[in-house]
Ligand binder design. Structure first.
Ligand code: ZN
Length: 389
């Protein structure tokens, strides 16, 4: 089996290993973007570094006319936790005896970044005068607060009326085998913190107190039982989950004065966050609670149902793997939610997500070469129509 030392590596794996060796724990980039920029500049990309706050980002473009396709991704990774929990050191990438490339970020998502760069290198070599404009939108703040990263770059592009037709995000979308799932949207995420006020007192004198736990339980039960929507072809039904519930002083003989419940909606395109807020408040009001509610909109849902990008992506996966991918909107939020606001068609396609954010993160090394071939096949479909390729 291949190892990093004894056998020649593909350009994709070489670049992936160079990126993985840099401990770019969010929001640090640790020179990953410089590596990518060097390769893209050599291909004739016009590079714009767009740092915001402590976050490094860049936007790179090649070509002068026609539709714009951007590859999007992040160079930051989640922390590794104690290195002693890992079978191999998280920032000393290697390919093991089973052909797995190991290291923090192998799947999420430095492997994809390497595959994008090498796909574009081959595509540009074969089609130096390609139609359309190729772009990269790269950030080092996807795993952190995600404020000064893609969101800020997107606002910058919006201000100067930059066109973005297609976007391929390299998030690890695959489930059982490479390319079996393409994400063509994501659910929205709406968070809430509910504070229910009561009146503290002695459990032996309940007539002198108001128990916020007793008041909140029927209301929370109603929220849990509420049928928010049926979902649709692309989205499962909207779900409401309570993630934290706190009340009580610790003493067994005290009725507490307040209860706090933290909850989250993952919602489909069948409802809006405004509707979810209004319906939640109506249910709480109907139960007569004395409450305060703080909302956080983490991300609105987006969907790329049909169109050239979905068609080209399915076609590219099918041509390279021989298998037809499924479309899915499952999983958490991604930077696709910001990019979609530019009116861009957005898909997410990357390696298997089985080990992301875990210790011993790894991805089949050969899958990264295949992924690079798929990205190239998508480019050929979108940007060489009518050209003999
Ligand atoms: Zn990621």
């Amino acid at each position: 089996m291949p190892t990093t030392e004894s056998q020649a590596l593909s350009p994709t794996l070489e670049l992936a290993i160079d990126l993985l060796a840099r401990p770019s724990v969010t929001p640090d980039d640790e020179g990953c973007q410089a590596l990518m920029i060097e390769r893209l500049a050599a291909l004739g990309f016009h590079i714009e570094r767009l740092p915001f706050g402590e976050v490094d980002n860049f936007w790179a473009v090649r070509g002068h006319h026609g539709p714009v396709l951007a590859f999007a991704g992040h160079t930051d990774v989640v922390p590794s936790g104690p290195h002693t929990n890992w079978e191999t050191p998280p920032f000393a990438p290697c390919i093991d005896a089973d052909g797995m490339l190991r290291g923090r970020g192998a799947a999420d998502m430095k492997g994809s970044l390497a595959a994008m760069v090498t796909a574009v290198e081959r595509f540009v070599a074969a089609h130096p005068d390609h139609h359309g404009k190729l772009a990269f939108l790269i950030t080092s703040d996807e795993e952190g607060p995600a404020v000064d990263g893609t969101r800020a770059v997107v606002e910058h592009l919006r201000e100067r009326h930059e066109r973005l037709d297609y976007c391929i995000v390299g998030e690890p979308s695959s489930s059982e085998r490479l390319g079996d799932v393409i994400k063509n949207g994501r659910r929205g995420s709406l968070g809430g913190v509910l504070h229910v006020k009561g009146r503290q007192g002695h459990v032996a004198y309940p007539q002198l107190a108001t128990n916020p736990i007793h008041a909140a339980i029927p209301a929370l039960d109603a929220l849990v039982r509420e049928h928010w929507d049926d979902g649709n072809t692309f989205f499962p039904a909207t779900s409401f989950q309570v993630s934290n519930l706190r009340a009580g002083t610790g003493a067994t003989n005290v009725i507490p004065g307040e209860l706090e419940a933290v909850f989250n909606f993952r919602y489909s395109t069948e409802v809006t966050h405004e509707q979810l807020r209004a319906r939640t408040e109506a249910i709480l009001d109907a139960h007569g609670l004395d409450y305060r509610l703080d909302w956080t909109l983490n991300g609105e849902p987006f969907l790329t149902a049909e169109g050239e990008l979905v068609k080209a992506t399915i076609g590219g996966v099918e041509a390279i793997t021989g298998q037809r991918p499924a479309l899915s909107t499952s999983g958490g939020t991604s930077d696709g939610r910001f990019i979609a606001t530019l009116g861009s068609q957005v898909v997410e396609l990357g390696p298997l997500n089985a080990t992301i954010h875990q210790v011993n993160e790894r991805v089949r090394a050969a899958d990264l070469d295949t992924l690079s071939d798929i990205y190239e096949a998508i480019l050929v479909r979108l940007f060489t129509s009518g050209e003999a390729s």
